[in-house]
Structure formats: structure tokens, C-alpha cells
Design a protein around this ligand. Structure first.
Ligand code: ADP
Ligand code: ZN
Length: 625
């Protein structure tokens, strides 16, 4: 049976997307592959279809390595819904349950077996695989979330390193490694660590055109966030990332008080409660999850409409991964981030204070700087993001002139002002202070000197006598802080987090001091940022309107959703595993009369047709009465 036939009959989809077909055929034929595809690109089918094809050709079962124990139940449930024999082995099973699954695997009754890496590399599990291998019944290894093998990725799992045993012990079995993250460093690491030198690399574009990126300067961040959600995403599912557990708890409570359905999630919560919150997020409509980065990997909820960051992530990989959880279904979604000087200070401090080696710290600092440059950018965010991942083709000429049309800077180009003069004044003030006192000071004191304020500290250090005292009085503090951030983001100024966040000149300072490096800044950044945060989710691109159902269809859609919720509850699975919104919307629109009419709709394969056609037709019929 061909791969296209499996796609149509089992999954109910008409055509492969992007590189899917090439990948699926390559792996089904028994070759290794490294797949780099953005979230929502359709990675699961890339290993599920070869697994089905190879099992049907009597080549045995596929073993799927996944770090996501909490999600295995739903992943397997989704496969059962389309009629594929799948199971998982993890620590949530009793010894007896695990034994039963092992027996089924040995009898050839399982097509895909999901397991965590630490389980796969146990002697017991390897012995099980030996037994299959000796009978040519080990069909495929799929290594999901492959970036976990790399310390440069954001979810390093040392257990992944042990997976080389699969290749060494079972050299004849094809392997497919998949990830949605990978800058060049991480990519090389995956190849080396998993010994995939001979694998064909399938690299898709990392662009997520349906995600609108917005980064605003933090002022009153909770109010800004509330305004963003209420104006654009009332009733939508979303994720809000915060850096600390405490902040997660507080913000979740604030949002609940503001009438939103918000839940906290962080590693400090009791594991049962954490699982309950995750299940509610997946199973109920319109939950806002307030979380640390402990939440999100592998969450395949397709209708997350926004991801917000209240604190900046560590690097662009993290930002891209986290924002990428929005809009998997391809419908419009927003990525919103608040950003301020304190974020820069905190992140730098975390790097400086970490016990890592100097080399490692330097790499981390470089990655943080790239993120700061993205936050400070006055040009297209998407172009910056993609060029960071080595994708420069669409912007070959100059990405500063590229306009994607779906980020804050493109939708509402910020007015710029030339901050070169202010930057020179700022740097020369630091220079003079250090010359005089051989002491370093933080941003607050510096602002006071520049703006000519005689504070106690200024008087104590005699800084009102400096030639630069008050030379920045014609700039507002907001402007000077923007200049400061920009200088830090471009490396012309360094913060020493281990010495009270004091400011230091760098090699690059000289160019600015001499007036050789021009500094471009947003004019009245704060006001503009607020306006732009409203623009992306405005009615024109609101996901709800993109379904475009007329009144009668809307009645059917609502009835279908109610029916789906019931089925999902019965099966103990998230609603989207039964049918996606898009599939229900198409059913509502076309209002099919027979099972044959239903068959043409995307997302209805043979098994779902058999299981649900009668009920769906009944729901539709009841709507017309
Ligand atoms: P990823 O793992 O890459 O983030 P998924 O495998 O979860 O993405 O796929 C994202 C969504 O797109 C899923 O809901 C999936 O059912 C759907 N999808 C994947 N491939 C196709 C296709 N060829 N046609 C239609 N829908 C698809
Ligand atoms: Zn843009």
C-alpha cells in the first residue's frame, strides 16, 4: 500500500504537505533521516506513515522515543482514533500492564510503541528489542524532540545521549530524528551525538506565517498583558510564560480575578495538580495557562491562539520554540512579548552566576545578545528570526528592507530617531566617571548624572563636577533608557551582573564614541508599542472570522462541537483528537447528507468515518428541524 493511500485512508488527508512525502518515502524505503520542521509542520506523519507502511509490509514495529511521558496517553489515543495499533511504556503503568504490552509487541500486534529514552536504554528493554531484531521484526526508530540530545538546545536531556546504542546494536533498522528547533550549533550536535552522519537531512523553512510577532517595552506589564488579551483574545486558549514560579502563581491569580480562565503550571506544583491543569488546558476550551518553561514541549493542542512572554527567554531558540506553540492549525495567532532593562540584567546575571565553564557562558552570552537585538530591532522581526536560523534567502538583499506584513514593525513601522548623540553622551559619562573614581555604577545613577540631578549619591561622589553632568538633560529618561538598552543589545556596553549590575565600556564603545557607529531608535517607543499590540489581532485577522460560517452553519458547528465534547469525554481524550475545529467547520458548512459526502472532508479517514458518520449525520439532521 502506498504512502499516499495511507495518508488518505487512515488519516483522511488529501495531500502531503511540504517535504512530508519525500521524507515518508525515504524512511519507508529503509533510510535514515533528520527532519527539521517547524511546530505545526506535520512531523508526526513523517514517522507514523512509515511505521504503518513497514508494519503492513511485515517489517515489524516502530519504536518512538519521546521525552513526554505526560502526553503519551493522548498521542496513543489519537492513533487509536484513526485505527492504528499503538501503545506506550512508561512509569505510569503497573508492572502487569507493561508486561502485557511487551507481549503484544513480541506478537507483532503493535505498530507504534512510545517510550521514554531512559526506558529504552534499560537492559530489559534492549533484550526485548534483541528478540524482535533477531526475527526481523524491528521496523523503525523514531527519535522525537531530537534537540534534547544537545546541550545547546533548550531542553537538554542527558538520557538522549545513550540512544547511540540503537544504531550500534541494531544497525539495519532505519532511524528518523525529528525536531522543531535547530540553529546550526544544535543541528551539528544532533548529527554527531546520534551518529546521523549518513542520514539525509530534510530542512523545511522555519517560517510560521500565521504567527504575528509583537514585542513591547514593559511599563505596567500586567495591564499591558490584560489589554492585549482582552482586546484580541477574549475566550481564546493561550500560554503565558513567566520566569519564576512565584510570578506564575501571582499572575494566574490576577488573571482569574480579572475574569479569565487561567491556571498556573510550574515544576514546583504537585505532580497530580500539574497533570490536572495540563489536561484541563488540552481538554477544555479557552484556558489560559500561566507557566514557566517547564510547560509546553510536545503540547500538540492545535488551537492555542496566543503565546505571551512576561519575561524574556534565554535565547532565540527558546523564544521561537515557545511562541511556536501558537497556531499549529495554521489559523492566525499572536506571539506577544514584554521586554525591559530588568530582563537583560536578570538573564545576564543567571549566565554569570551559573557554574558552567567560561566557554559555555560565552556561547550563552552570544545567544542572549542575539535575542536582545531581536527585541530592540526596528525592522522586520520575522526576517531577524529566520536569518538567525540561517534562512536568509527571502531577504538576500537586505533584511532591513524586508516587510513580512505580519509583525509589529512591519504592520506599523516605528518612527525612528537618531540616538547617536545621546549614545555618545551616555558612553562618555561612563568613561569620565570611571576615569575619576575607578568605580562602576548602575543605570539609575548614570541617568541622574546625565540628566543633571543632584542626588545624595551624585554629591557624595562629586559627580556634579564632571564635565558631562547634565549634558543629557534634553533627553527624557525613557529615551535615555532606550539608548542604554540598544547599546547593551549591540554590545557597545556591558553589564557586569556579578558586580552589582554595573556598566562597562567595551571594544565596540569606541566606534560609538567617535561617532562612527550610528544608533537608530524607536521614537516614543512605548506609545507605538501599545498601538501595534492591538493591530495584529484586530477583527480582520481574528481566527474566529476566518472560519466564515453563515448563521445556519454556525448553528451546526455549535451542535457538532457539543457532540464532540461528549465523545472526547467518553474517550478521555482532548476534543481535537476526535476532530479538529477545521474539520467540524467544513462539515457544518457543507452539511453533508450521506456518509459518502462526509468522506471527502479533510480529517476524516476510514476509521473515523466508520465510527462517527452516523452520529455526525444525526447531529446535522437534528439541526435542521
Ligand atoms: P508537528 O509535530 O510538526 O508540530 P503535527 O504532526 O502535530 O505537527 O501536525 C500539525 C497539524 O497538522 C496536526 O493537526 C496534523 O493533523 C495536521 N497535518 C499534518 N500533516 C497534514 C496534511 N498532510 N494534511 C492535513 N493536515 C495535516
Ligand atoms: Zn515583519
Amino acid at each position: 500500500m502506498s504512502c499516499v493511500t495511507i495518508l488518505r485512508e487512515v488519516f483522511g488527508y488529501n495531500a502531503f504537505r511540504g517535504a512530508q512525502q519525500a521524507i515518508v518515502e525515504h524512511v519507508t524505503a529503509g533510510h535514515d533521516a533528520l527532519v527539521l520542521m517547524p511546530t505545526g509542520g506535520g512531523k508526526s506523519l513523517c514517522y507514523q506513515i512509515p511505521a504503518i507502511a513497514r508494519q503492513r509490509a511485515n517489517m515489524g514495529a516502530a519504536i518512538v522515543v519521546s521525552p513526554l511521558i505526560a502526553l503519551m496517553h493522548d498521542q496513543v489515543g489519537a492513533l487509536h482514533e484513526v485505527g492504528v495499533e499503538a501503545a506506550f511504556l512508561n512509569s505510569t503503568l503497573t508492572g502487569e500492564e507493561a508486561h502485557k504490552i511487551e507481549q503484544r509487541l513480541l506478537r507483532g500486534e503493535i505498530t507504534l510503541l512510545y517510550a521514554a529514552p531512559e526506558r529504552i536504554t534499560t537492559p530489559r528493554f534492549l533484550a526485548l528489542l534483541d528478540s524482535l531484531y533477531s526475527r526481523d521484526q524491528l521496523g523503525l526508530f523514531a527519535i522525537d524532540e531530537a534537540h534534547c540530545v544537545s546541550q545547546w538546545g533548550h531542553d537538554f536531556r542527558p538520557e538522549y545521549r545513550a540512544l547511540t546504542v540503537l544504531h550500534e546494536r541494531f544497525p539495519q533498522v532505519p532511524r528518523i530524528a525529528l525536531t522543531a528547533t535547530a540553529d546550526a550549533l544544535t543541528r551539528d550536535d544532533i548529527v554527531e551525538r546520534l551518529q546521523l552522519q549518513h542520514a539525509h537531512a530534510f530542512v523545511s523553512s522555519f517560517d510560521r506565517p500565521n504567527i504575528c510577532y509583537t514585542i513591547v517595552e514593559k511599563r505596567d506589564s500586567i495591564q499591558q498583558l490584560l489589554r492585549f488579551i482582552i482586546q484580541n483574545h477574549d475566550g481564546d486558549a493561550g500560554v503565558i510564560y513567566c520566569q519564576s514560579r512565584k510570578k506564575v502563581e501571582e499572575l494566574a491569580q490576577t488573571l482569574v480575578n480579572a475574569g479569565l480562565r487561567a491556571l498556573p503550571y510550574h515544576a514546583g506544583l504537585d505532580s497530580k495538580l500539574r497533570q490536572t491543569h495540563q489536561d484541563r488546558f488540552l481538554r477544555e476550551d479557552g484556558i489560559v495557562m500561566v507557566a514557566t518553561i517547564a510547560f509546553g514541549m510536545g503540547i500538540d493542542k492545535p488551537d492555542v491562539r496566543f503565546v505571551a512572554h512576561m519575561d524574556i527567554p534565554k535565547n532565540i531558540e527558546g523564544y521561537y520554540q515557545e511562541t511556536g506553540r501558537a497556531g499549529r492549525d495554521g489559523l492566525p495567532a499572536n506571539a506577544w512579548m514584554g521586554y525591559g532593562l530588568q530582563d537583560v540584567v536578570n538573564q545576564r546575571r543567571m549566565i554569570d552566576e551559573s557554574p558552567a565553564s567560561d566557554d559555555f557562558k560565552n556561547v550563552m552570552r552570544g545567544k542572549l545578545d542575539a535575542l536582545l537585538a531581536l527585541a530592540e530591532a526596528t525592522d522586520c522581526r520575522r526576517a531577524r528570526l529566520l536569518s538567525y536560523f540561517g534562512e536568509t534567502q527571502p531577504f538576500a538583499e537586505s533584511y532591513s528592507r524586508y516587510i513580512c506584513g505580519n509583525c509589529d514593525n512591519c504592520l506599523q513601522p516605528p518612527a525612528l530617531w537618531d540616538g547617536t548623540d545621546a549614545a555618545r553622551k551616555l558612553l562618555s559619562t561612563i568613561y569620565r566617571i570611571q576615569q575619576q573614581d575607578n568605580l562602576h555604577f548602575g543605570a539609575g545613577h548614570l541617568m541622574d548624572v546625565l540628566r543633571g540631578k543632584r542626588t545624595d549619591k551624585v554629591v557624595q561622589y562629586n559627580h556634579h563636577a564632571l564635565s558631562t553632568f547634565g549634558i543629557g538633560a534634553n533627553y527624557s529618561e525613557v529615551q535615555l533608557r532606550a539608548v542604554l538598552r540598544q547599546l547593551i543589545a549591540t554590545g557597545a556596553l556591558a553589564i557586569n551582573a556579578s558586580a552589582f549590575n554595573t556598566l562597562h565600556l567595551t571594544e565596540l564603545s569606541r566606534g560609538v564614541l567617535r561617532g562612527e557607529t550610528r544608533i537608530q531608535l524607536r521614537a516614543t517607543l512605548s506609545k507605538l508599542a501599545e498601538k501595534t499590540s492591538r493591530a495584529p489581532g484586530s477583527k480582520a485577522v481574528s481566527p474566529k472570522t476566518t472560519l466564515q460560517l453563515d448563521e445556519a452553519a454556525l448553528v451546526r458547528f455549535t451542535a457538532l462541537k457539543a457532540w464532540r465534547a461528549e465523545v472526547a469525554r467518553e474517550h478521555n481524550l482532548p476534543a481535537y483528537v476526535i476532530f479538529h475545529d477545521i474539520t467540524l467547520a467544513q462539515i457544518a458548512q457543507r452539511s453533508p447528507q450521506t456518509a459518502t459526502d462526509l468522506q471527502d472532508i479533510s480529517g476524516i479517514g476510514a476509521k473515523k468515518l466508520e465510527a462517527y458518520a452516523i452520529e455526525v449525520l444525526r447531529v446535522l439532521k437534528n439541526c435542521t428541524i
